[in-house]
Design a protein around this ligand. Structure first.
Ligand SMILES: NC(=O)c1ccc[n+]([C@@H]2O[C@H](COP(=O)([O-])OP(=O)(O)OC[C@H]3O[C@@H](n4cnc5c(N)ncnc54)[C@H](OP(=O)(O)O)[C@@H]3O)[C@@H](O)[C@H]2O)c1
Length: 246
């Protein structure tokens, strides 16, 4: 029988809003202890944690390595273990895909620093504990923009391709101690896409499953991958089939 000490611990980055929040809330309801995180949304993070004994909030910008170390340390000081890491925090730049001059080096650095290097820094900081969990499990949030030549800008899409490939490589080299998988959402109804009414209508009309995604759709895939015993290096698209028509 599972005791309190056996409860598994997961760190979910970027989890005061949208997909990350949906993941954190689902995992909490399934008996995980959850470290939630955001770069600046302390009020929401603290109030979510205050309402749940098995949730703590750790502020930190994943593009800063010392912040990643602090998020991991918060989990270890509270509960002494990390069994799962969901790398969800991400950012973008809105630049038309054919606007070459619009993508400056600053834009590249800003997006890659969070989406790629930040994800890597979280993996690196948590790795000793994930290995100790044997098996530890990582789920990286990619995007359909990492599977198809679409997205809010070239740097964003390239950053998500990098996440998919990082997932494959780490899946190859980290087993059997750590399983590494990814989820590639299509368009999901979050604060990020709040102003995208026209795009949402198009997706709801064109996607084989005839609606945009909800954070719970992505959370269900994350939960599956945090429990899998024989899948690694895989990226699951959760997009209502939209990648088949774009
Ligand atoms: N929504 C979609 O349609 C969609 C589709 C495909 C993929 N995705 C991916 O899903 C992930 C979440 O997107 P979302 O739509 O749920 O966004 P969201 O509602 O805007 O939530 C983003 C969360 O990430 C946090 N965050 C942002 N930058 C951070 C950083 N540097 N360090 C730590 N936390 C940070 C935010 O907190 P602060 O505001 O405090 O920074 C917030 O909690 C992203 O990786 C995105 O690329 C989204």
């Amino acid at each position: 029988m599972e005791t309190v000490a056996d409860k598994r611990v997961v760190v979910v980055t970027g989890s005061t809003s949208g997909i990350g929040r949906g993941v954190a809330e689902l995992l909490l309801s399934r008996g995980w202890r959850v470290v939630i995180n955001s770069r600046s949304d302390d009020e929401v993070g603290e109030s979510m944690a205050a309402a749940n004994d098995d949730m703590i909030y750790a502020r930190g910008d994943i593009s800063h390595p010392q912040d990643c170390a602090q998020v991991v340390e918060a989990a270890i000081s509270a509960w002494g273990r990390i069994d799962g890491l969901v790398n969800n925090a991400g950012t973008t730049a809105y630049v038309e895909l054919d606007d070459i001059e619009g993508v400056t080096a600053e834009v590249w650095h800003r997006v890659l620093d969070v989406n790629v290097i930040g994800t890597w820094q979280m993996i690196s900081a948590a790795m000793p504990y994930l290995k100790a969990a044997a098996p530890g499990r990582i789920v990286n949030i990619a995007s359909v923009a990492g599977l198809r030549p679409v997205g809010s800008s070239v740097p964003y899409s390239v950053s998500k391709v990098a996440i998919v490939h990082m997932t494959s490589i780490l899946g190859k080299v980290l087993g059997p101690d750590v399983l590494v998988n990814a989820v590639a959402p299509g368009l999901v109804d979050t604060a990020w896409t709040a102003e995208w009414s026209a795009v949402k209508e198009n997706v709801a009309a064109a996607a084989p499953l005839r609606r945009v995604g909800q954070p719970q759709d992505i959370a269900a895939a994350c939960e599956y991958l945090l429990n899998t015993n024989y899948t690694t290096g895989e990226c699951i698209a959760v997009d209502g089939g939209m990648r088949l028509v774009v």
